[in-house]
Design a protein around this ligand. Structure first.
Ligand SMILES: Cc1cc2nc3c(=O)[nH]c(=O)nc-3n(C[C@H](O)[C@H](O)[C@H](O)COP(=O)(O)OP(=O)(O)OC[C@H]3O[C@@H](n4cnc5c(N)ncnc54)[C@H](O)[C@@H]3O)c2cc1C
Length: 279
């Protein structure tokens, strides 16, 4: 493993905000997790940081990255085992090369396989758990286990992995034959036309409440385009908060509070953050 002390986390969150971490570790072998979890306190696993907002103060955490665990293995019957640190884009490229189908609707999500599985990420009616066969995890008893999908509770943007604080080491997917390249192109065009991809953000900030879209609620509350400091509620996609350049953690926190307060006042609905806040 590689251990860094007093590490700047600014570039480890896609919002490009982040203070100095006490410790930042890059895991090189899954068995190192035993030593890490025995020795360090306040551990936070960081993937691509595309769903994680970091405070810009001193971060009294040990951040652990699995980015070096990024191997893909082809198994019989269109099964693929991917280590958790793999960039999801690389898994999509692999599916294209092998002509495997199943996760095309998720094309363009900028996270790692681990980050996506942790929160059962998804898009356009699909979620990553749709194609999961089994997940290799590291648990609080410092043990590595492989669990079948049916043994892991999961729902919209929620998995038992969060509650149990498991580390996802690798994921085995069940695909079918026939990569749908047209679908991927269609989804990518949709993303480009509907999302502010030219500025730092964490994607959708709030979960969609049952039967409603958070973006619509924010828009109807008249908040589109609001700026606090250097943080802005995107006009293109009002559930995205973008960093105009010099946004601070407090700018984002203030904008979150403004959205939640205004939407609650106007509709009675309390929006719940989809992003993870580390402070
Ligand atoms: C432009 C843009 C578009 C997006 N579009 C979508 C979308 O369509 N659908 C969607 O669902 N999300 C979307 N997102 C959000 C984000 O990309 C996903 O949630 C992604 O899965 C997060 O992965 P990550 O590696 O960046 O996770 P991080 O932000 O690094 O971490 C997220 C959480 O996962 C945990 N975690 C990370 N790795 C592991 C692991 N190995 N084991 C256990 N826990 C782990 C972290 O501790 C943290 O709690 C978008 C984000 C952006 C910026």
């Amino acid at each position: 493993m590689i251990v860094y002390k007093n590490y700047s986390m600014k570039n480890k969150s896609n919002m490009k905000i982040g203070g100095i971490a006490k410790t930042y570790i890059e895991v090189e072998d899954k068995n190192e997790l035993i030593e890490i979890y025995s020795k360090y306190k306040n551990i936070f696993l960081i993937g691509n940081g595309t769903n994680t907002l970091l405070s810009d103060s001193i971060l009294d955490y040990t951040f652990v990255s699995l980015r070096k665990l990024n191997k893909i293995t082809n198994l019989p019957e269109q099964k693929v085992k991917s280590e958790a640190g793999l960039d999801f884009k690389k898994l999509m490229k692999y599916m294209y090369e092998k002509n495997y189908s199943g996760l095309e609707n998720l094309a363009g999500i900028p996270g790692t396989v681990g980050g996506l599985v942790y929160m059962n990420g998804g898009a356009y009616g699909s979620q990553i758990f749709d194609c999961i066969d089994e997940i290799e995890i590291f648990d609080k008893n410092l043990q590595i286990k492989t669990l079948k999908k049916s043994d892991i509770k999961h729902s919209y943007r929620n998995t038992e992995i969060q509650e149990k604080k498991w580390v996802i080491i690798s994921v085995t997917f069940n695909f079918t034959k026939g990569f749908d390249l047209e679908k991927v192109k269609e989804i990518q065009n949709l993303r480009e036309s509907k999302q502010p991809l030219n500025l730092p953000s964490l994607g959708s900030t709030f979960k969609n409440p049952t039967t409603k879209f958070a973006a619509k609620l924010i828009s109807e509350a008249g908040l589109k385009g609001t700026i606090i400091g250097s943080a802005k509620i995107s006009e293109k996609h009002p559930n995205f908060i973008v960093n105009l350049g010099e946004a601070t953690f407090l700018d984002i926190i203030n904008i979150l509070a403004l959205i939640k307060g205004t939407v609650k006042e106007k509709t009675g609905i309390l929006l719940e953050e989809e992003i993870i806040i580390v402070k």
